[in-house]
Ligand binder design. Structure first.
Ligand SMILES: *[C@@H]1O[C@H](CO)[C@@H](O)[C@H](O)[C@H]1NC(C)=O
Length: 353
């Protein structure tokens, strides 16, 4: 009799562990930010900054342009899949998805947006405060769909990914002659952005977010568009912009440390992306990369968004995007997004999974 009970107990334990293995490690992946992670929210708003046409999405399942600024999937899609969640993180405004899908993952990001309200104004995209408003609306819908307790569990235990800041410098501060540049030195502007990041992080913390990965800036001076403006100097990376990215990242890491210590239960982590890209640029062949300084789309020097549209064979994209770091003049190829996802899983997300 005792032996039978023991056997039953073992059987139960075994079944329990099987169930645990089959269910995802986190209930949902929730994404805020800009075009590095926008899965198609800009398709649904009035802006010129879109990518829901070919050749965007050329290497996506079904060759479908979704509004992702890439030939294929984004790093957040790869991360979601690695967490045992769906292989795509759907855009919140995409009518093809419902709250049933969003319960496992949702993207509030908008291409062209920034930490500064003035950045989203440039191309009339979704400001970051509005992304937070959508997050509130999402929670109300989640309660209706899953009930109060389950909605709270999803929000509390979800992993949050934030990727934002490049546009504040490249689309706003350095591009607009009047505006922030008249108001702030670049050092002051960095501090202003850090204050905005603190406001945003505190807001989503109050709304329940706990496990958060915040990406630092990449080597923003090395994107093909900035190299093009540097052609007179040989087309190398704009060191001035790379230095700004490094300086900003130092301040961002300090902020992350401060908030993480101050807000109870918060696990806010810094995701480093700056060094990863430079490592590939320094040694492309070991990644199977042949072109580090041009985008795959068109001439590779300036095409992005509407300019990277397949109007004619003349404006076609390169044959094999896997040989390129950049897909268009601003955004990495799917191959690089996959590598960045792997790095994020190894670093800022390691303790959450
Ligand atoms: C940005 O805009 C929102 C909405 O109008 C406002 O609540 C917020 O205070 C603004 N932020 C700054 C720093 O001006």
């Amino acid at each position: 009799m005792a032996a039978l009970l023991l056997l039953l107990l073992l059987l139960c334990l075994c079944l329990l562990s099987l169930i645990a293995a089959a269910s995802p490690r986190v209930p949902a992946l929730i994404v805020f930010g800009d075009s590095t992670v926008d899965a198609g929210n800009n398709n649904q708003i009035q802006t010129v900054l879109k990518s829901n046409f070919r050749p965007y999405g050329r290497d996506f399942p079904g060759g479908r342009p979704t509004g992702r600024f890439c030939n294929g999937r984004l790093s957040t899609d790869f991360i979601s899949e690695a967490l045992g969640l769906p292989p795509l993180v759907p855009a919140y405004l995409d009518p093809a998805y419902s709250i049933k899908d969003f319960a496992k993952g949702v993207c509030f990001a908008s291409a062209g947006t920034g930490l500064d309200n003035a950045t989203s104004d440039v191309l009339s995209v979704i400001p970051l405060w509005k992304e937070v408003e959508y997050f509130k609306e999402y929670q109300r819908r989640l309660i209706k769909y899953a009930g109060k307790a389950e909605a709270k569990r999803i929000v509390d235990e979800a992993v949050y990914i934030i990727s934002i800041g490049t546009n504040d410098f490249l689309e706003n501060y350095y591009l607009l002659v009047t505006g922030r540049r008249q108001q702030f030195t670049v050092d002051q502007f960095e501090d202003f952005l850090i204050d905005r990041a603190a406001e945003f992080l505190t807001a989503i913390y109050r709304l329940g977010a706990r496990k958060i990965s915040f990406a630092g800036l990449g080597a923003i001076g090395c994107v093909p568009l900035e190299r093009t403006t540097n052609l007179l100097n040989g087309g190398g990376c704009m060191e001035e912009y790379n230095k700004v990215a490094r300086d900003f990242n130092v301040k961002l890491q300090a902020l992350i440390g401060r908030l993480d210590a101050k807000l109870p239960g918060l696990r806010l982590r810094y995701a480093p992306v700056y060094d990863g890209l430079l490592r590939i640029i320094a040694d492309p062949s070991s990644y199977g990369i042949e072109n580090v300084d041009e985008g795959c789309c068109g001439t590779g020097r300036f095409e992005m968004g509407i300019l990277c549209r397949e109007w004619s064979p003349l404006t076609a994209a390169c044959k094999d995007a896997d040989k390129y770091i950049f897909w268009d003049s601003f955004h990495p190829t799917e191959k690089i997004n996959r590598l960045m996802a792997e790095e994020t899983l190894r670093t800022s997300l390691a303790e959450f999974i």
